[in-house]
Design a protein around this ligand. Structure first.
Ligand code: ATP
Ligand code: MG
Length: 504
């Protein structure tokens, strides 16, 4: 069983040295306050002094719309194109970028819009991983996107965004750049990633959202009231610096407003802005931080780590279905062991699944088995097998559930009692809970080897998968009949669902 080290081991220091950047420091002498409604006057004049995007020469700029086109947007304020981001030459081989996403990006730019690959797709490509999805952000409004693509559907009530549909159900989510109206933004000296050529230009800045004292006292919970904005605003509303990078496909350049590139190279997960504020705005970011740190094997920046520990109780204010989704994603992402260990280590587990946290805290005799089961599920994931959510959740909770039902007269009732609060806390669908009960109840039969009518049940492949995970976790040999049975009918894999939430 592999245990992660204590906090120190989880946190690696980034390898860059901000003090070694004289040009960036020059910018710091005059911090800018951007965004929100209080836009600085004279910003345009400043931009003409060389604050425009450094990678564009004037003829290119004339061809492209500026980022501050705000027709149809929320206000008539004079807006900034934005301060200069760090722009890195970092061409990603064509073969690695989804051809349909590339098609979307190229057509948008051909028609005069700014369009970037954004979010997890950029992050994963730069890390050499295969992205789960390729999301696009653009200056084009949703109706403009629809006009350019026949295969396009505009979705979302509060925030409209375009889904461009391709063969085999593939969707390229294409969102207009947006901003968080509650955010004010500060610019600090840019921190640069070492070893990647920076496109020459004026000194880059790093943007962070700030709150004033009054706002900090208010309830910070955001309710997705984003409005259209400029690229730099879109970068700053994102959760972690590594998720705030934009990729300009045409130029093969990474555009970094938030210092994501040095963090990506240094293996540091850091919040954009004050971590305490960002976690209070949206407590689900606590679980996202754990997920990314675990999945990408990144250290958590100490301030973010402290904020997680301090604000973990805010998870109670988050939308419950989102909590469940993130919990299930821990294992779907192939890093269940590390994710749950981090949850336990930070005290987040006691908020989410106190039943499991208490079991682990008490050092129950079978507590170690929980970690082994998670490690085995991660191994299955690495081999391309994805057990169903019912299997992974049952494996996660098998220890405390078996403890609760052992020796009682009515195990089914004991199971329901155990699950009662948990079901409410996470709005666990009844179907999922009933499935878990069937899987866990079957374990006794499977262990005895007397299967009876079990193989005829529709849940048998899943029950068998749980049995095999448990056997391996216990270091026991999986009986030959189980191998044979599992070959007859492979356990159903989880249906891959696309995220439709208009976020990100
Ligand atoms: P995954 O590989 O798990 O899909 P991802 O980074 O793509 O990771 P998504 O949930 O698909 O994560 O979101 C896409 C992007 O939207 C993120 O990279 C991030 O920039 C932004 N985002 C998503 N959720 C939030 C949030 N709660 N707060 C701020 N930004 C968010
Ligand atoms: Mg994604």
């Amino acid at each position: 069983m592999v245990h992660l080290g204590a906090r120190a081991a989880l946190t690696r220091k980034p390898s860059f040295d901000a003090a070694a950047l004289p040009q960036a420091e020059e910018v710091a002498k005059e911090p800018l306050l951007l965004g929100g409604r209080g836009l600085i006057r004279g910003a345009r004049a400043k931009r003409e002094d060389g604050m425009s995007r450094r990678s564009m020469d004037s003829s290119e700029e004339a061809k492209r719309p500026t980022d501050d086109r705000h027709d149809g947007r929320d206000d008539g304020d004079e807006r900034l194109e934005g301060p200069p981001p760090a722009v890195y030459d970092r061409p990603i081989p064509d073969a690695r970028v989804d051809p349909d996403a590339a098609k979307v990006l190229r057509r948008l730019t051909r028609y005069g819009h700014t369009a970037y690959l954004v979010g997890g797709g950029v992050r994963d490509l730069l890390l050499g991983r295969s992205p789960k999805d390729f999301d696009v952000a653009t200056s084009a409004l949703p109706q403009e996107v629809r006009r350019l693509f026949r295969n396009c559907r505009v979705i979302g009530r509060r925030f409209r965004l375009a889904h461009i549909l391709f063969a085999d159900g593939k969707i390229i989510e294409t969102a207009t750049f947006r901003r968080d109206p509650a955010q004010r933004i500060e610019s600090l000296p840019g921190i640069l990633a070492e070893g990647i050529p920076l496109v020459p230009g004026p000194p880059p800045v790093r943007l962070v959202p700030i709150t004033d004292g009054a706002a900090a006292e208010e309830d910070l919970l955001i309710r997705n009231d984003n409005v259209f904005g400029a690229p730099y605003e879109d970068a700053v509303r994102r959760d972690f610096t590594i998720n705030g990078l934009f990729y300009d496909l045409e130029r093969g350049q990474v555009i970094d407003y938030v210092g994501g590139m040095p963090d990506l190279l240094g293996g540091v997960l850091r919040a954009v802005g004050d971590p305490a504020v960002r976690l209070r705005e949206d407590p689900v970011r606590i679980l996202r931080a754990i997920k990314f740190s675990a999945r990408l094997d990144m250290g958590i920046d100490p301030d973010l780590y402290d904020a997680i520990v301090r604000h973990k109780a805010d998870l109670g204010r988050a939308a419950k279905p989102r909590l469940l989704e993130e919990i299930l994603r821990f294992m779907r992402g192939g890093a269940g062991h590390r994710s749950y260990y981090l949850c336990w280590d930070t005290g987040v587990l006691a908020e989410l699944l106190p039943e499991l946290a208490a079991f682990l805290d008490d050092d129950a005799p079978d507590a170690g088995l929980t970690w082994s089961r998670l490690a085995i599920i991660d191994r299955m994931h690495a081999q391309g097998e994805l057990p169903s959510d019912a299997v992974t959740l049952s494996a996660l909770l098998l220890g405390p559930i078996e403890e609760a039902i052992e020796g009682v007269r009515d195990p089914s009732r004991a199971f329901e009692d155990f699950m009662f609060e948990l079901t409410q806390r996470l709005t666990l669908p009844r179907r999922l809970k009933d499935r878990m009960r069937a899987l866990i109840a079957s374990q006794r039969r499977l262990r005895s080897g007397k299967l009876g009518t079990l193989p005829r049940r529709d849940y048998f492949p899943e029950a068998l998968a749980l049995f095999m995970i448990d056997r391996q976790a216990r270091g026991e040999i999986v009986p030959e009949w189980a191998h044979q049975e599992s070959k007859v009918e492979t356990p159903p894999t989880r249906r891959r669902r696309r995220r439709r939430r208009p976020r990100g």
